[in-house]
Design a protein around this ligand. Structure first.
Ligand code: HEC
Length: 106
């Protein structure tokens, strides 16, 4: 089923749904912060372009299955689009990386 018009906000929803439905969660974690099998994606939008993300999804590689056979182009695009919005340098206080100076005293 196709939407009449592709808007980026609905793409984000589609990407998030596909991420769960297509099993990306199993390797990249429910919130995209990685698991034992796949790397953290929570900041991937800063390091990869949309084209690179699409290629990774389509072709996989090094422990990631290829999805080019099972996902349609627009689905891959939605996922890539959604992933480009993943830019959280610190989603979780896992370890304190060099933080920008801010008035963060409590
Ligand atoms: C079987 C486990 C597995 C599944 C399922 C999986 N991945 Fe991956 N993914 C990996 C691994 C392992 C890598 C690292 C590959 C490498 O180092 O080249 C990776 C890498 C990536 C990268 C590149 C990260 C970077 O920093 O460049 C993206 C983007 C990505 N996966 C998205 C997805 C999406 C979207 C899905 C679902 C459609 C998915 N993956 C499903 C294991 C998986």
């Amino acid at each position: 089923m196709r939407q009449m018009h592709a808007v980026s906000s609905s793409d984000n929803v589609t990407g998030a749904v596909l991420y769960v439905e297509r099993g990306c969660v199993h390797c990249h974690g429910p919130d995209g912060s990685g698991s034992g099998r796949g790397p953290d994606l929570s900041d991937v939008g800063r390091h990869r372009s949309k084209a690179q993300l699409e290629r990774q999804i389509r072709e996989g590689g090094k422990g990631m299955p290829r999805f080019g056979d099972t996902l349609q182009t627009d689905a891959i695009e939605s996922l890539a689009e959604w992933l480009t919005t993943k830019r959280h340098p610190e989603t979780r206080p896992r370890r304190s990386r060099s933080r920008p100076k801010s008035a963060e005293e409590y």
